[in-house]
Design a protein around this ligand. Structure first.
Ligand code: ADP
Ligand code: 5GP
Length: 189
């Protein structure tokens, strides 16, 4: 059995984290992506239990109170969190687990799982980020505004992460993620 590992992928909303992850999983189906819990309403096409577990605020608060979340945060008016048990079981079983989470959650994981590899995905520019969020066409104008304000704060924290990758050309960004995950670390004498 291989050694379990926790990997954190963070970056502003709309930078392409979901798109990169879907491509990564097609190439490496052995990696497990944690399914988060959220109080956000499902977007068209999103499936409960696959994209997220969609819950009420009361259900979310109960999960927090019962210690069921490995980390959680409020983002653009909604709550998001990582179910603890599934992640811990997968890592125990030797799997690699990816959390696609925002900055506050990534900071919590740094404290609770210091061995996690933390990657930050950057946009080529803020104007490109805005056009990706608008092009996705799934958020209201006010939600887009909130996401852009938060995006600036997140980008300013990119240096807190082990690795920063610019998602300009999708294939190049994907190769860089693969290199970070699979290239052997040079031995230190
Ligand atoms: P996130 O999961 O970070 O919120 P998404 O994966 O939903 O972002 O991507 C946001 C939008 O940007 C989508 O419409 C996606 O197709 C597009 N996108 C992602 N990566 C790139 C890229 N490298 N170049 C151009 N558009 C991209
Ligand atoms: P979206 O609403 O666009 O799906 O997600 C908004 C933000 O919440 C994204 O930055 C995403 O990475 C983050 N997010 C998704 N799940 C979690 C989670 O479980 N915990 C935290 N802290 N952030 C999450």
């Amino acid at each position: 059995m291989g050694k379990g590992r926790l990997i954190v992928l963070t970056g502003p909303s709309g930078v392409g984290k979901g798109t990169l992850l879907r491509s990564l999983l097609r190439r490496h189906p052995e990696i497990h992506v944690s399914v988060s819990v959220t109080t956000r309403a499902p977007r068209p096409g999103e499936i409960d239990g696959q994209d997220y577990y969609f819950v009420t605020r009361l259900q979310f608060e109960r999960m927090v109170a019962q210690g069921e979340l490995l980390e959680w945060a409020e983002f653009a008016g909604n709550c998001y969190g990582t179910p603890r048990q599934a992640v811990e079981e997968k890592i125990q079983a030797g799997r690699w687990v990816i959390l696609e989470i925002e900055l506050d959650g990534a900071r919590q994981v740094r404290k609770t799982f210091p061995s996690a590899l933390r990657m930050f995905i950057l946009p080529p520019s803020m104007s490109e980020l805005e056009s990706r969020i608008r092009g996705r066409g799934q958020d209201s104008d006010s939600a887009i505004e909130r996401r852009l304000v938060r995006a600036r704060e997140e980008v300013n924290a990119a240096n807190e992460f082990d690795i920063q990758i610019v998602n300009d050309d999708l294939e190049e960004a994907l190769s860089k993620i693969e290199m970070a995950l699979f290239e052997p670390v040079p031995a230190v004498c």
